[in-house]
Design a protein around this ligand. Sequence first.
Ligand code: ACM
Length: 691
Amino acid sequence: MSVSRLLSLWLAAALVCILCSQMARGQVSGTANGAAFRNDLMPQPASLGVGAGAFQITPALTVGLPRTRSERLQRAVLRALKRLEDKTGTPLPRHVGADSGTLIVSVASDGAAVQGIDEDESYSLTVTPASMELDAATTVGAIHGLETLIQLTQPSGQGYIVPAVTIHDSPRFRWRGLMIDCGRHFEPLDVLERNIDAMAAVKLNVFHWHLTEDQGFRMESRVYPRLTEVGSDGQFYTQNEARALVQYARDRGIRVVPEFEMPGHSTAWLVAYPELNSGSQPTGIRREFGVSNYVLDPTREETYQFIEKFLREMTTIFPDEYVHIGGDEAPAPDWKRNPRILAFMKAHDLKDNAALQAYFNQHVLAILTRLHRRMIGWDEIFNPALPRNVVVQSWRGVASLAKGAQQGYQGVLSAPYYLDGMQPASVPYLADPVPSDTTLTADQQKLILGGEVCMWGEQIDADTIDSRIWPRTAAIAERFWSAQNVRDVDDMYRRLGPVSVEVETLGLQHLKSEDAGLRGLLGSENIDALRSFAQAFEPVSFSERYQQQHTSQLTPLTSFVDAVRPDPPIRHELELAAQRLLADPTSHSASIEEARKTLDGFFAQEAMATPEVLKAMDDAPRLQPMQLRAEQLQDLARIGREAVRYLSSGTPAPEHWRTDSLARIEEARKPSAIVRFQFLPALTQLVSANK
Ligand code: ACM
């Protein structure tokens, strides 16, 4: 028996253990090695029982793969060991291959050669002081289980442990995606790789790769080389790179669904091959955003020959069963005025543009069927003329998704998961693809395959994308994986912090990029005051920014708004503190003192930082648009401190103070510098309560 096993057994015996074989969710549950077991898992597993003691991570850990020993599984285990090694500072094995060990990864089969929506992703994890056993039907299940194991690993005393648990886990939805738009702004491969790593960490399983847009065609075609020669500004993925990324994703249990937008959002196709147009020809790839009028010509046989040759080539790169054809936002004025197209519509009894687009989709579907692929597209492809085996991705909302399901179409929900809305994580977190009050029948509910987070590319680049995606996407991943009743927002925020730090170890820049952006704005390493100041703000939504700044593909994304993060952690902390203080404002209980300290500390810090930031603006032209915001912040910080003081003293504030303060808060809600104050809801509550 190894030293580590003896040690573990001794530790277990010495423990005063509460055996709680319960569905442990949230907060502290059970004890392990005397330390409270914090359930920080995200997503929460389907079932979790907490046992006695813990497995101690030591250099004596050995790994056994008694059943499947595929290369893919071995790579996954070795990656997990390296991360455990880094997390615990404990040297761990760099090879696997034995039949037995203290960590046993027992996998029935490597799984399908091409992962599909029916892949068995379930796993069980049993940890005792003596061993850890991970059982899964497929390598994909094992990959999920290894991520759970890493998340479970926590400090205890001088070292690190995995608490004794029994987990049986499987996803609620089969399609759990993240879409990244690489058309409007190109995202280098390393950006995609690190995001795929983080997706795996929270058990997402579809990378939806939005590859073509009015602003750029990003996938190399050897059959039609002008697509990238003319349509990409030289920023595209070679076929070899794309194949390698597909392999990279497969290694992490993630499917890659490529999207080639047609017939709209197709300016880049048309600048390369004008013969595809519907009458009007763009002069170059589009720099502006918004909906374009240029569309492919659905009436010409040559268009379909082109699409078939192109898609045939793409199937040699993308093995996934699904190909996304876009299909959204194709107003196509040419279809209403081009005499040749009008004559075609008349001859084919096609009443309007929607009918012509359905005709187009039917032909593309026939192509995909010949290529042994299935079709997915945005809401607009939904048309009773299409067979039931197309999947509709809904950007228009739950009602639109439900409408499709009622007519027998499978669907994936995306509307609530648009990250560029810059909403706090709690909002998409609570939006359920199949809400508890759904009117869908049980059979119709089965047609909802899941959901996809969407990261549109208008206002992001390689430096800022991670902070828009993470950590909010981890919360949404839980919505897709965990049970419908896992909806405790405070507990979600409690767990989001550790997950955010965990995914940073995979190379994500979401936490670092804020500091880097602030250093750039100031031209200095000394950003302490600016960092405090920045905590008060978050970016406005995509559409507010678009209205205020009218961004194009050529807009530099190095403003203050690009540095600050959506939903900074302090936002929810302030909200909680305000709630707690308001429950009993004059109390001196520890929890209310703590809340008071959080609020006063925040406002005091902002009051102190702001004069320094205002001063620094003289030599920082890119910060100067923040002048009004800084002046407002000085005022709001004073109001915040006064509100806490009045409330805590039990003496009502003068009436004019309240009305004047609320007026100033109202003023601060108005647009300026494309950022908003993140704390106005909490501050409004504190001020309003002063009466
Ligand atoms: C979309 O947002 N037009 C898919």
